[in-house]
Design a protein around this ligand. Structure first.
Ligand SMILES: *Cc1c(COP(=O)(O)O)cnc(C)c1O
Length: 355
């Protein structure tokens, strides 16, 4: 017996989404992004499922990369923020991690290190997002110093796009132009495309694409893509049902007041499981595969839904918070956030099951 709050993760869907990503950029290799515990889905299990065909995996830091290595993953692993201190470099070399080098400080650390073997590097240029990367005018010198160092193996030139999900914006083409200007004259593989660019901006594909969110079945674009398969189903059950009279209010603060007689279902999922507390009335939930609406404020361990249209629903019945019946993108839109945040906020109290 246990509390019925589950994340059911479909590893075959993850692999299928990777293959789909590759099919959209057939000439590029694909770095499968499994940072942040595979966007909250479980990095070790998903990386194992994809290990035979992933060109490489991308993580945020050494700790995430070590978790994969210690689980027997031999693929190349790129640390997307590089190292945070020089002491990480020896370990990174020992475990064949590829380092992003995004700043003069990181470059100095790498050139001053005495690693047991050369490290492959992804050299990052800031093409306009202004988060990480060398200024375009500094890029050629940074490349030359890395290229001349015995500490450095292969070099990929990379940048990150700020607005690839906005297909009407000129930002992506502006960034692409700045990137090509910055790397002019350098012969090296290039990498720019996150999922949105992979899907919407073929001119950004280059040598390596970097799909993240699409691998989890969620499109970063406004329009859903039926070829992407949801990887996570976030599910629960009804644990109580009440018939309320018009005028009665539900839950903390009585945020929702019934305007008509209302059948209310109580679901065993709350914000301590990672469901957003600020989800408004009307957020979609599926009960027995039919869409109903969230009503009343989400509490720590429970939330409430309107079952008036489902008189046959019973305690114990099946609820889906997001997955194949309710798109995570719809929930995210209602909550003023993105699927990335919903996925990564699922907490350890939720039982994960892998299929
Ligand atoms: C997370 C990340 C990606 C993947 O982004 P998605 O929008 O999830 O596809 C690509 N590149 C870098 C540098 C990242 O940090």
């Amino acid at each position: 017996m246990s509390r019925p709050t589950y994340a059911i993760v479909d590893t075959a869907a993850f692999v299928a989404n990777y293959r789909y990503a590759k099919s959209l950029a057939p000439r590029a290799r694909a770095l499968a992004l499994v940072k942040a515990n595979a966007y909250g889905h479980g990095a070790v299990t998903l990386a194992r499922a994809l290990a035979a065909e992933a060109d490489a995996f991308g993580v945020a830091c050494s700790e995430e990369a070590m978790e994969l290595r210690e689980s027997g993953i031999d693929n190349a692993i790129v640390l997307l923020e590089g190292v945070f201190e020089p002491a990480e470099i020896a370990n990174a070399a020992m475990h064949h991690f590829t380092l992003v080098v995004h700043s003069p400080l990181q470059l100095d650390w790498l050139l001053a290190a005495r690693p047991a073997r050369a490290l492959d590097v992804w050299l990052k240029v800031d093409s306009g997002m202004h988060r990480l990367g060398f200024e375009p005018g500094e890029l050629a010198e940074a490349y030359a110093r890395l290229d001349a160092s015995p500490n450095v193996g292969k070099i990929v030139l990379m940048s990150h796009l700020a607005s690839a999900d906005d297909t009407t914006s000129t930002t992506t083409t502006d960034q692409l132009a700045r990137f090509h200007q910055a790397i002019r004259g350098i012969e090296a593989p290039v990498s720019l495309a996150n999922s949105a660019a992979l899907m919407a901006w073929p001119q950004t594909h280059g040598s390596w694409v970097r799909p993240g969110i699409m691998l989890y079945g969620s499109s970063p674009l406004d329009t859903p893509d039926s070829k992407l398969q949801p990887v996570m189903r976030f599910e629960s059950r009804l644990i109580a049902i009440h018939d309320l009279a018009a005028g009665e209010s539900i839950g903390y603060g009585g945020r929702y007041t019934c305007s008509v007689p209302t059948r209310v279902g109580v679901v065993a999922t709350g914000y301590a499981d990672g469901y957003p507390r600020h989800a408004p009335d009307g957020t979609p939930v599926a009960v027995n595969d039919q869409r109903v609406q969230l009503i009343g404020r989400v509490s720590m361990d429970m939330l409430t839904v309107d079952l008036t249209g489902q008189p046959q629903a019973q305690v114990g019945d099946h609820v889906q918070l997001w997955g194949d019946r309710v798109s995570v993108a719809d929930v995210a839109r209602q909550c003023g956030t993105i699927s990335y945040e919903l996925f990564t906020r699922i907490t350890r109290r939720v039982h994960f099951q892998y299929r």
